[in-house]
Design a binder for this molecule. Sequence first.
Ligand code: G4P
Length: 298
Amino acid sequence: MTIQWYPGHMAKAKRQMIEKMKQIDVVIELADSRIPVSSRNPLVQEIAGEKPRLLILNKIDMADRRATYQWQSYFHERGLAVHLVNSRTGQGASSIPEVVHRLTRERRKKLEEKGFRAHADRALILGIPNVGKSTLINRLAGKKIAKIGDRPGVTTAQQWIKVGKTMELLDTPGILWPKFDSPEIGLRLAATGAIKETLMDYQEVAVFLLKIMLRHYRDQLAARYDLDTLPELSGDPEDHEKIVRLFDEIGKNRGCLMSGGRIDYDRTAETIVRDYRSLKLGGLTLEWPSIEHSSGSM
Ligand code: G4P
């Protein structure tokens, strides 16, 4: 699924996307609603330059609705157009041309003042692997377009797809690389499936998910794994012991045992991560608007 990104790939992808911008009126940036900041690559701003941008928070069905609304306000307050979508069902997708059309008003006005008639709004979808770019393009195209695979940049053979009366969309997305600015970001990307399975340590990701659930989603955690009591984390070294005991209990309750009845930690960890990804724990958001996100580029 995910390609390996090397400096050469990145430079080439960036060049291709900047070149592509000459044909583009609006950049649609796709992010994962569960990790609206960690699933973005700040390079979008540089690639888009002065072109209007629309941030789409996709997979809203997989996120915590309350958190998604907080994120929507957060981006909105910072002057970034934001739209919520579930590309799998199409929720929010049909109004994308209308939202995009609002963003091109200035461009159209300028052209009309010069006596020209503006062409349709030409849009490109950009985003890191696995955020749902192909799913959204297929949804907007109303048919299945060929899956290009995660090759860097924008691949060459491409066509414009007419979407509604006012929008034309490139049928191949721009593929950006995930940014690993901190271990936390890496864990969020791993938990949501944005990075290769072979590159991640399931136990580390499962511990990360358990800590988030212990803080924000206690009921879902207790219900899924039949847990009568849950530990309170305090930020002390004892937290480690508490997490190990929780792992033991989950492993036992889910039957992740090795011969002799010992808990199979690898299987327990995989179970937790897979349960998260397949929504068995419910829609859980893994980051929230906070001080840590209050600075930096939009
Ligand atoms: P990409 O082009 O950005 O790499 O992502 P892609 O469309 O391939 O989507 C990655 C996975 O995310 C796919 O699941 C896709 O179905 C799923 N997905 C995309 N948008 C949404 C959404 O809004 N909600 C939910 N729940 N899932 C979404 P997959 O299991 O990898 O593939 P498939 O079995 O669905 O084909």
